[in-house]
Design a binder for this molecule. Sequence first.
Ligand code: SF4
Length: 588
Amino acid sequence: LPMNTSSLQLPASHEVPSFTDGFAAGEALGRSLALPLLQASGAQGSDGGPIDPHRAAGDRQVAAGGKLNAEELAKREKNGLDLWDEVLAHAREARFPTGTDVFLFKFQGLFFVAPAEQSFMCRLRFAGGITNTAQCRGVADLAERVGAGHVDVTTRANLQIRGIAPAHTADVLMGLVELGIINRGAGADNIRNITASPTAGIDPEEIIDTRPLARQMHHYILNHREMYGLPRKFNIAFDGGGRVSTLEDTNDIGFVAVRHEGKVGFRLQLGGITGHKDFARDTGVLLTPDQCVPVAEAIVRVFIEHGNRTDRRKARLKYLLDDWGLEKYLAETEKRLPFALARVPLDTCVSRTAAVDRIGHVGVHRQKQAGLSYIGIVLPVGRMSVTQLRQLSAIADRFGSGTIRLTVWQNLLISDIADRDIAEVKRQIEAMGLHWSATNVRAGLVACTGAAGCKYAAAHTKRHAMQIADHLDTCLQLDHPINIHLTGCHHSCAQHYVGDIGLIGTRVGEESVEGYHIHVGGGYGAQQAIGRELFRDVKAEDAPGVIERMLRGYLEHRRDEEECFHDFVRRHDNEQLIQWFTSTTANA
Ligand code: SF4
């Protein structure tokens, strides 16, 4: 597979921060602290070699009468990080993996997505969701040569290539490494893409630039084998207190920048998993920036040792927290640290001074650097063709700094555009068939992979999301942005519980046609709320009309033009909303 070697030239971007950038801003809250090293576990086996903490944890659960689940047994049989020879052999013979190898291949970022498709999806990895035009061109080349010709932005500010035939998996992995993209552990029971504020380093309101922390965490994982093969997947996010949220409260660990007594620190939140209707909870702990990564390491190590390896449904961090309580978990974490965790009342910390801008990831916004702006581009349900990705890269090179920032809203930002060039950038974006307008319903549309590429899906979420957007475009003009999230199953990859309107796929009626349960009132950050179910068993074909009636009912009955959909549905009970939403006539 010939690679375009010109793709390998890195741009001369001023965007890439050094390892220690941003730390100075947050000098120790209590005391000056060099990057603390974790106390080594020091555990040795009888042969003097290191003990595998995962195997030891599984052994303890078996000794206590438990039965390891199938994935745990597979991980004990072979390490998913060591499958290179098998990946090569499968590629040589154009074979798909079978049995638990399907699960283990995800350690290599390779998802065999049958029965949805007879092909692989490959998930990548970018620290804080930040990439550059050289990498994007290389990814476009790969997606064109051996993929389906498009690239998807995920809800973890990441990229995915779909439609990869089994003969090409090794080519893709080699191509990614040659581009500087190491995607090990992008799936399965691993720490997923580290997310951070997408406007880190350019946001006029931010408390701290989170890019160095995201990079440090990213590389810590890549360089520690024991950080792979956890009881289940694990999410970590860094929020710098700027205008654009990274949905940190939906992560297992959320670090939230604050000011305390004139210094910068991070509140530690734990246990977010909105698919299980829980947000991350504030732990009462305030960290210096330098402490965040070591504390994350220690938290993960506690999870490795004590997370449930018998029941997959209870294997996420939330359930260990529910079982133990917060204080016990923090005490176990502290045992693995060379410093004490500072407990500081939440109300003594000052968080972001400006409210989160719900549309800060779309449209043109000024940067902290004088004369420069970033533009957030709407990618309907996160998908762009390889041609569009190349065109966006060309814009970022010509008018920006060669940096492309992916967001958890399934879109991307191009930063560092001079004011004089904004009009031309907008024109070029429109010319390629994309948008930058926040009131376009596509700006708030989020959809998981769905039945086109995921075996768990009850519905074709991306297709239905586009049908909803197409329908609303023809009949409604919204004056407030609205988030509509479609997720295909209870795993809730598109986080339907935090959308203004959230749809979860289901099968409807005796014919078992595709459909959705529809929720309203979800939110995050200051508007944190789990959406509540309003309609059950709506056929997918009826969903556009139902959502149109909901939005018409809102426009008709809202208090005034200032009231957004979220506030409106929070102010009324289901009975009232259903009456209004079913008495309004839709165009459909
Ligand atoms: Fe698949 Fe379910 Fe995730 Fe959608 S939410 S991508 S259907 S696992």
